[in-house]
Design a protein around this ligand. Structure first.
Ligand code: GDP
Length: 172
């Protein structure tokens, strides 16, 4: 190993999306590697940190979960302000949640925040209501990172945060 310690970059990351799409579970899966079927959202993940190690640096995410504030839309800008990245989550079994995700994308589109779109609950393929290719085409059109994740099985969860870490612009 080379001598110099890796540089640590800190980034604020927020999760947005309809209630029950799995935001708290995604944070807990990423930060603790665990999944609780009956996650208490407010206790689950108001604020957590987790690091991603890249080749020459370490990215430390300071993750804010809305913890139910999606019900009070007017409060949400306060919470995503200054975020380097936002994960906008929908549930692949809910078209309504996909529409809500699009509304969040419009709201954050003209900010400096890097946006990732996550189609969560990919383990529920049999109940899919949002077409994968349509979601990907939308994400491409909006220049968003798109991944289908499962907080339950862990599929693509670390990959999602890793890809965000790679894509985040560095302050120099
Ligand atoms: P939030 O309101 O967006 O924070 O959603 P939660 O994280 O509280 O999750 C809502 C519900 O969806 C809970 O019953 C979870 O167990 C369930 N859930 C979350 N992620 C997944 C997933 O990837 N797959 C499945 N099958 N259920 C999930």
């Amino acid at each position: 190993a080379s001598g110099a310690p890796p540089q640590v970059c800190h980034f604020k990351l927020v999760l947005l999306g309809d209630a029950s799409v799995g935001k708290s579970c995604l944070v807990v899966r990423f930060a603790k590697g665990e999944f609780y079927e009956y996650q208490e959202p407010t206790i689950g993940a108001a604020f957590m940190t987790q690091t991603v190690s890249l080749n020459t640096e370490v990215v430390k995410f300071e993750i804010w979960d809305t913890a139910g504030q999606e019900r009070y839309k007017s409060l949400v800008p306060m919470y995503y302000r200054g975020a380097a990245a936002a994960v906008i989550v929908f549930d692949i079994t809910s078209r309504e949640s996909f529409d809500a995700a699009k509304a969040w994308v419009s709201e954050l589109q003209n900010t400096d925040t890097l946006i990732a779109l996550a189609g969560n609950k990919s383990d529920l393929e049999a109940a899919r209501a949002v077409d994968r290719d349509a979601a990907r085409a939308y994400a491409d059109q909006m220049s968003l990172l798109y991944m289908e994740t499962s907080a339950k099985t862990g599929q693509n969860v670390n990959e999602l945060f890793n890809e965000i870490a790679v894509r985040l612009p560095r302050r120099s």
